[in-house]
Design a protein around this ligand. Structure first.
Ligand SMILES: *[C@@H]1O[C@H](CO)[C@@H](O)[C@H](O)[C@H]1NC(C)=O
Ligand SMILES: *[C@@H]1O[C@H](CO)[C@@H](O)[C@H](O)[C@H]1NC(C)=O
Ligand SMILES: *[C@@H]1O[C@H](CO)[C@@H](O)[C@H](O)[C@H]1NC(C)=O
Length: 498
């Protein structure tokens, strides 16, 4: 009996040991390109309540970093691409960056920073050669600065790269190698990372392959598809994530880096803004992905499972829509931490929504019943609203794409009104709009998931009175965490057309 008790205790110790080492924990990306950011302390509680113990930030922002202090969460801090040139120019700049953005958070705030991500997908073909000459020197300077700060062992550098840095001549994962135009640079970087015991980070987007090519075999994007598998020697691939990951493994093996650790920095599926971006697909993909993570399975060429950072925790309504309208809808949760769709996190445990969120008053701005859809000022008013607020749910195949012209105008007016914190004067569209306390959201039974939002209360509605004041700050922000579409296509095409 005593022995049995001891065994139970031991298991508990092993389990908590495992948890504290992050063996069973989940990882995700926490971006902050939102007009109404969920307060950082609420986000950290949300992460913990849902079993996340690793989080990746796109830049060293004080609010999130302070909230992560003494939280038990392991943190990857990103450096935006526009800091690469200054960081490459001098070790002193890198030392200042590390002192201000890493050392102080570790020592003063108790933040468990494990990685610094230098740049974000700097070698994307769309960026042309913009960051080709600065990324590696910036990486070297940040590494030197970390060593000088005495953090060389504790904090590792990495570069999150897009999957288009490698390709395959044979169309199979085993043919993988680094893109010829940056082959030598990639080898230098990988060698440097390897010498410093640091991992390479790769972002993989099955959604983009499907979104960019209507002939892409849809099932192959998911984990439980029935597509004709791709046979690569003795290996059979049934999904694009494995095939893509193993193309990198082959590229590394071919160049003498068989043991190079790999992190998947971003992977996910959006819920809106494109016909393929919907709740059914996102749930199917993310549930399959979670089952993979929980099962501890790796890929055919790498049986050890990598750390996989889900993209993303929350929706971000101020991200650039250059890649597509779906870009603002990658969240597993809505922008406010409410649940979008059910997910099983293992052993039947479901998602837990954010707690303690404060909302603005339950009121909406809609098109006035007296106004006519033939009013010549209507188009201009909608266009104004959508310039300053997020109307990406109104597009073709999106969640509110089926609204009639009146509903459409109401949606746009309301997004503007909420984005402007329901301030005085923000529901005045040439006398075409009124405020209502009756929820104008269409019935979920007949119209799917179109939601007329109410924003989070950030305490701004009383302080400020002129409505469009926030427009400037919103558009002045650069978008470091955009995903650019279309560059994965050649690689992915060559991988499913055998
Ligand atoms: C710290 O990081 C922030 C965000 O990346 C940046 O704006 C700031 O300049 C950094 N501090 C230094 C001293 O470089
Ligand atoms: C709704 O508004 C959006 C954004 O202005 C526009 O692109 C779309 O064509 C409109 N649809 C209808 C049915 O009016
Ligand atoms: C709105 O209606 C009021 C009252 O009918 C009128 O005085 C005002 O000029 C109108 N404003 C606009 C922008 O049409």
């Amino acid at each position: 009996m005593g022995f049995g008790y001891l065994c139970v205790l031991l298991v508990c110790i092993l389990l908590s040991e495992g948890l504290s080492k992050g063996v069973f924990g989940l990882a995700c990306n926490w971006g902050s390109r939102s007009t109404h950011q969920l307060p950082p302390d609420i986000v950290v509680r949300l992460l913990k309540a849902n079993g996340f113990n690793k989080v990746k930030l796109f830049e060293a922002e004080a609010g999130p970093l302070k909230a992560l202090g003494n939280s038990g969460m392991q943190v990857m801090v990103g450096i935006p691409n526009d800091l690469l040139a200054p960081l490459a120019s001098s070790v002193q700049v890198a030392e200042n960056w590390v002192a201000q953005n890493v050392s102080s958070y570790i020592s003063k705030n108790g933040v468990d920073i494990r990685y610094v991500a230098v740049g974000n997908e700097p070698f994307l073909r769309t960026y042309k050669d913009t960051f080709i000459h600065t990324t590696f020197p910036a990486l070297q300077n940040v590494q030197a600065a970390l060593i000088k700060a005495g953090l060389g062992r504790q904090v590792k550098v990495t570069i999150p790269i897009n999957a288009d840095v490698y390709d395959t001549g044979s169309g199979l994962p085993s043919g993988g190698n680094f893109r010829s135009d940056i082959h030598d640079l990639m080898i230098s970087i990988v060698k440097f990372l390897s010498n410093n015991g640091a991992p390479i980070t790769i972002n993989i987007y099955p959604f983009l392959s499907l979104q960019a090519d209507p002939h892409f075999p849809k099932d192959y994007a998911f984990f439980n598809g029935n597509s004709k598998p791709i046979v690569d020697g003795s290996i059979t691939y049934t999904n694009v994530l494995d095939a893509n990951f193993d193309t990198l493994v082959s590229a590394l093996e071919k160049n003498g880096f068989s043991n190079m650790p790999i992190i998947v920095g971003e992977v996910g599926w959006p819920t809106d803004g494109d016909p393929n971006a919907n709740i059914v697909n996102a749930r199917r993909f993310n549930q399959g992905l979670l089952e993979r993570i929980i099962s501890g399975k790796g890929t055919p060429r790498r049986p050890t499972p990598p750390d996989i950072y889900l993209f993303a925790l929350l929706d971000e309504d101020a991200k650039s829509t250059d890649p597509g309208n779906f870009e603002r809808h990658w969240g597993i949760f809505n922008f406010d931490g409410s649940i979008k769709y059910p997910l099983n996190l293992g052993s039947g445990r479901g998602l837990t929504p954010a707690k303690g969120v404060k909302y603005l008053a339950r009121q909406w701005c809609i098109m006035s019943p007296q106004a006519s859809t033939a009013d010549p000022k209507l188009a201009e008013s909608i266009s104004y609203a959508c310039t300053y607020a997020d109307c990406t749910s109104l597009g073709y195949g999106s969640s509110c794409g089926m609204l009639d012209p009146r509903g459409n105008a109401s949606y746009a007016f309301n997004m503007y009104y909420q984005t402007m914190d329901q301030r005085k004067g923000s529901c005045e569209f040439n006398n075409l709009s009124i405020v209502t306390t009756v929820d104008p959201s269409p019935s979920p039974n007949t119209q799917g998931s179109c939601r007329f939002e109410i924003m989070i209360d950030l305490g701004k509605h009383e302080k400020r009175s002129s409505a469009p004041s926030m427009a400037a700050s919103r558009f002045g922000r650069y978008n470091s965490n955009i995903v650019v579409v279309g560059f994965l296509v050649p690689l992915l095409l060559s991988m499913w057309v055998v």
